[in-house]
Design a binder for this molecule. Structure first.
Ligand code: S3P
Length: 423
């Protein structure tokens, strides 16, 4: 796939439903009694894996139209023996391991090569402390879960990970006593919000969340906000191409996800948030950005979870900003769909950007001139493919992306949408 430079980015767009929330809606719907109607379900390879998983586990899934899905739940303890292929979806693998830990049955989880390299010990350790029987392959997929009686725990997260927090909270639904997760750095809270909406007893304090065992859940409807992580590549393109203005409508503005907007503003972009409203606990609104000259910024550990999936794009923003942009405290990037410190650094170098990899992040030297362009290897990672596409739009000579099809992991219509806003 070749992406040519654009003279300008212009328009009003929407993006598919949030991937994190779509996974959770399908899983919590499957654990509920009765039907859960999910509107604006974020269709992608990853969320297809989740629909296939809940089907295999015994829930009903009725796909009414492209983005309306009705899940017929089996109840909190209703899953039956199954082998589940999680594909590329880390969120599915981690959250489901927590849910299966207390189900009455034997479950096999597998995934693709990338997912099979990603760490699972971070979830199996706390679950085993609760009494779970999980047999993983040297801390990785494939793994086997044999349902067990669980005790609640108080667990302090050693890594700032919403996936780990969620796995423990889900296991807590089926434990004999209450479960508390302490998180020194706040991570996305979609699980807590949706479990509350489904009637679970969830108590939130600064720095921790407690869930009580649940007999039944009931979640009639979920309206999924647009995915800010899917909007981000377009927002960044519009920030970088002079003369551009872009509005992305109805995107999720949960404050634990909006780090990229804060970073854009800090770097000097003009960012407007309009029509803010709340739907079932989640904040939604329209975001308008226009291109401005940028200055460098620094991102530290406390901010990382608020834009963890957008950090590859920060490297490109840094390439245009006056000064050196630094990302620190982001060693988690090495445990994503690719080692994103290495793949981002390689991608930026390939188009002529001056970037240095560090153990926990990277540093980028900015210049106001467009980078030359070149060939970027997506390394099978959807976020790197999208970074390559934005790099093509803002480059002098365009970018060839190897493995561009990986965008379908989170956003199958990505390239068509990009075509629709370029001048
Ligand atoms: C996710 C949490 C993040 C994020 C991932 C989705 C989630 O991972 O990178 O894309 O839905 O909970 P970690 O919580 O492991 O950092």
């Amino acid at each position: 796939m070749r992406v040519d430079p654009a003279a300008r980015i212009d328009g009003h767009i929407g993006v598919p439903g949030d991937k994190s929330i779509s996974h959770r809606a399908a899983l919590i719907g499957a654990l509920s009694d009765g039907e859960t109607r999910i509107t604006r379900f974020g269709r992608s390879a990853d969320t297809e894996s989740t629909l296939a998983a809940v089907r295999a586990l015994g829930a009903g899934v009725d796909e009414l139209d492209v983005d309306t899905v009705v899940v017929e739940g089996v109840g909190v303890r209703g899953f039956r023996d199954a082998a589940v292929d999680c594909g590329n979806a880390g969120t599915l693998a981690r959250l489901l391991t927590g849910i299966l830990a207390y189900q009455d049955g034997r479950f096999e989880l597998s995934g693709d090569d990338s997912l099979s390299r990603r760490p699972m010990r971070r979830v199996t350790e706390p679950l085993e402390q609760m009494g779970a029987h999980v047999d993983a392959t040297d801390g990785h997929l494939p793994l086997v879960v044999e349902g067990a009686e669980l005790e609640g725990i108080e667990y302090e997260l050693p890594v700032a990970s919403a996936q780990v927090k969620s796995a423990v909270l889900f296991a807590g639904l089926g434990a004999r006593s209450s479960t508390t997760v302490v998180e020194p750095t706040p991570t996305r809270d979609h699980t807590e919000l949706m479990l509350q909406a489904a009637g679970a007893h969830v108590t939130r304090r600064p720095g921790s969340v407690t869930v009580q065992p649940a007999e039944r859940l009931h979640l009639p409807e979920v309206v999924v906000p647009g995915d800010i992580s899917s909007a981000a590549p377009f927002l960044v393109a519009a920030t970088l191409v002079p003369g551009s203005t872009l509005t992305v409508h109805d995107i999720g503005l949960n404050p634990r996800r909006t780090g990229i907007l804060d970073v854009l503003e800090r770097m000097g972009a003009r960012v407007g948030v309009l029509n803010k409203h709340r739907v079932a606990g989640e904040l939604i609104g329209d975001v308008e950005v226009s291109a401005q000259p940028l200055v460098a910024t620094r991102i530290e550990a406390a901010e990382v979870p608020r834009l963890v999936d957008e950090l590859p794009l920060v490297a490109l923003l840094g390439a245009f900003a006056r000064g050196t942009t630094e990302v620190t405290g982001a060693e988690e990037l090495r445990a994503k769909e690719s080692d994103r410190i290495e793949t981002v650094t390689a991608a930026m170098r390939a188009i002529g950007v001056r970037i240095t990899a560090r153990p926990d992040g990277f540093a980028v030297r900015g210049t106001p001139a467009r980078p030359r362009g070149g060939t970027i290897d997506a390394a099978g990672d959807h976020r790197i493919a999208m970074l390559g596409a934005v790099a093509g739009v803002v480059s002098r000579e365009g970018v060839r992306i190897e493995g561009a099809e990986s965008v379908a992991i989170s956003f199958p219509g990505f390239f068509d949408l990009l075509d629709s806003i370029r001048q």
